[in-house]
Design a binder for this molecule. Structure first.
Ligand code: WT7
Length: 680
């Protein structure tokens, strides 16, 4: 991409956010401050660069260690950072066992089924302990799994998902949970990349009132993985209704095992937590990048757990007596860090809700909050927009009170922020806008809620111990307060950061560090700023406004989809010669993909073909990637050297100015496509 072309792409990606003015600061209430975990501004001093890396001991000390570490940060293999080296720890022990002495009878997980006539399940820490142990016994004794092995989970939002994760963690097995909404094919790709021989899934689950057959995806996943020489020996299946198999898809003898049946043989089993080195991988989380296949972000045990526990306490303001509800899906990093590991490490009660937010009506989240006494709420702008649109007056009908609310995943429009604050939060809740990524493990920018005021539309300053810096393409610093955007980087490593891309260190270095590395041979962390891949503007007060991705990633409903992944899915349809995907603004989802297709010579488009292409995308990736529209065009707008001009397509899809197209090889096509898409 030429630098000129790149500039234009950046501006259009950033467009929604850029026109927002600087907003007024809003201060949290005195009641919030009076009870907050962190109220002393000296926290920023304690976590200053001068005190780096030892400042992070403060987070690590929130955990129980079998052996304390001798080196806080080992940079000898830069930029693969090792935190708390020498330390031994178990994540499952920290989230469960250590709470038993005082709190075994307290709810760890409130599981809320989507159908409102089904009872909420309140799983105590004791019950969680029993279920995790018994399932860990199956993994160890029936499956023969051990520390370092990978297991793929393809589970919906049910209590069995954290139970499965914590059972893996107990044994040091690296779990790789694939978002339940992803297709069997997408699951297969992740099984192959991670080298999993066991798949943990569920027969069915509810979504928008329908009991979906989920097990059928496992059959596709196993078959597709086999084509790439990754054999899955065992598929372990949880039952949505224990004791009753609720999928249409039959079980495969010798391969599929119903967990409920296996559990009978492991009744009462207890599995000692394995003492894992701090830097042992805890899990993989796949995410999309600019090119090629999804990358497996490898997260560590000690550093990751310390970081999510620390930030859950300092930013989410979780106290053990809180009822905390993060409405994300555990299939994304938000759910791993801020539904499972962070809240449970702190001994709080965490809510797992099976279904969609506005099922059966947009009052549902507020009834859940009222019934369970939720006092901390966490969600994404896409859900806030949808709830605001469909039920703007619903929150006031219910008697719940949040002290704290989070927004995450994409920029939030100040107008939407204000509805969240006044209507959902009833003007009582402190809001944090948290900016971070799958790669990061936990928050990078956010206010510490009792210390820094809120600014609608801005994520806030770098977290304590996180020191952002904005560079232009050439590596010059763009100073705060200039109103200019650039590439946001973090100057220092932090314990929650991923360790590498699973089995692809070269890509890890290239995509995140190469651009701004001062010396590729250096072993000093100072020479390796982390490039996030977002454009950002920093105000004079240090508050960061994130403008959007600088690469070919589309953020749909707060989740990353690679344009290349969608395009390759389209190319699996034999008639397709070329595919180009561009982001289109969407009222609720933030962005949606629009798919342009050119067919092989001599072929003509039809509705049926467009439908088949759309289906191919859903089959390869999942319905989250479903294009708004498939436009079959006679040719793509191209440069003279034959490159597809996605920015021109993007302008057409978004009704913005296409700019000068006379240098294209085929300028006439622009008029033709504009007519097709905009009808003029
Ligand atoms: C991308 C990361 C981190 C969990 C959810 C998404 C965008 C994330 C914000 C925010 C503006 C945000 C960025 C980032 N993003 N949070 N508060 N304000 N943009 O994780 O799928 O890895 O996506 O989401 O563009 O790079 P992810």
């Amino acid at each position: 991409m030429s630098s000129k072309e790149k500039e234009v792409t950046e501006t259009s990606e950033a467009e929604i956010a850029v026109h927002w003015g600087e907003e007024q600061l809003i201060h949290p209430s005195t009641q919030f401050i009076a009870q907050a975990n962190v109220t002393d501004p000296a926290v920023y001093e304690r976590f200053s660069l001068d005190n780096f890396p030892n400042c992070f001991k403060e987070y690590a000390d929130l955990l129980s260690w079998y052996e304390y570490w001798h080196t806080t940060l080992d940079t000898s293999d830069a930029p693969c950072w090792k935190w708390f080296v020498g330390g031994k720890i178990n994540a499952s022990y920290n989230c469960i066992d250590r709470h038993l002495a005082k709190n075994k009878n307290k709810t760890a997980i409130h599981f809320v089924p989507e159908p409102e006539n089904e009872k909420v399940e309140h799983i105590t820490f004791q019950e969680l302990y029993v279920r995790v142990n018994e399932f860990a016994a199956i993994l160890r004794d029936f499956c023969g799994l051990k520390a370092g092995d990978r297991v793929t989970l393809h589970l919906p939002m049910v209590a069995e998902l954290p139970i499965s994760m914590l059972a893996c963690a107990r044994l040091g097995i690296i779990h790789s949970q694939v978002f339940g909404g992803f297709s069997g094919k997408a699951c297969a790709d992740r099984i192959v990349d991670s080298g999993s021989s066991v798949l943990i899934t569920m027969d069915s689950y509810y979504r928008s009132g329908q009991l979906l057959d989920h097990k059928e995806k496992a059959d596709t996943a196993v078959a597709d993985a086999a084509k790439e020489d990754q054999k899955v020996d065992k598929v372990l299946i949880w039952q949505r209704y224990p004791g009753k198999y609720s999928a249409q898809t039959p079980l495969v003898a010798g391969r599929d095992f119903v967990i409920n049946d296996l559990l009978k043989k492991h009744y009462g089993a207890r599995v000692d937590p394995v003492k894992m080195p701090a830097e042992a991988p805890l899990f993989l989380m796949y995410t999309s990048g600019t090119t090629g296949k999804p990358k497996g972000c490898q997260h560590s045990t000690g550093g990751y757990l310390a970081y999510v526990t620390g930030t859950s306490k300092y930013v989410q303001d979780i106290h053990p007596e809180d009822v905390y509800w993060c409405m994300a899906d555990i299939g994304w990093i938000t759910g791993h860090s801020y539904i499972v590991y962070g809240p449970l490490a702190l001994g709080a009660s965490t809510v797992v809700y099976e279904g969609v937010p506005n099922y059966p009506d947009p009052g549902r989240p507020w009834r859940i909050a009222q019934d369970l006494g939720v006092n901390i709420f966490h969600t994404a702008p896409t859900a806030i927009r949808a709830l605001r649109k469909t039920g703007p007056d619903e929150p006031q009908k219910y008697n719940y009170h949040f002290k704290h609310m989070t927004t995450v995943g994409e920029p939030i429009e100040p107008e939407v922020w204000k509805w969240y604050y006044h209507s959902v939060g009833k003007g009582e809740a402190a809001i944090v806008d948290t900016w971070w990524q799958t790669e990061n493990g936990g928050f990078l920018c956010s206010t510490v809620p009792a210390i820094k005021p809120m600014k609608p539309g801005s994520a806030g300053p770098g977290m304590p111990g996180i020191h952002p810096i904005v560079f232009d393409e050439e590596g010059n610093v763009v100073p705060p307060g200039t109103g200019k955007a650039g590439n946001i980087c973090i100057q220092n490593p932090w314990p929650g950061s991923f360790q590498t891309i699973w089995r692809d260190r070269e890509r890890y270095v290239r995509e995140y560090y190469e651009h701004y590395c001062k010396d590729p041979k250096s072993k000093r962390w100072q020479d390796w700023p982390y490039k996030a891949g977002d454009a950002a503007v920093v105000a004079a007060d240090g508050y960061v406004r994130i403008l959007g991705r600088i690469d070919d990633v589309i953020n749909v409903s707060g989740h990353r989809l690679g344009t290349k992944e969608i395009e390759s899915a389209a190319l699996t349809v034999p008639e397709v010669a070329e595919a180009a995907v561009v982001p289109v603004k969407h009222e609720l989802k933030g962005k949606e993909p629009d798919l342009y297709i050119a067919l092989k010579p001599g072929l003509t488009g039809s509705d049926d073909l467009a439908k088949r292409i759309q289906d191919a995308v859903v089959k390869e990736i999942g319905s989250i990637a479903r294009p708004r529209k498939v436009w079959i065009v006679s040719d793509m707008p191209k440069t003279r050297s034959g490159k597809i001009m996605r920015r021109v397509l993007s302008a057409i899809s978004n009704n913005t100015a296409v700019g000068d197209v006379m240098t294209l090889a085929n300028p006439d096509i622009v008029t033709e496509i504009t007519k097709m898409v905009q009808g003029k």
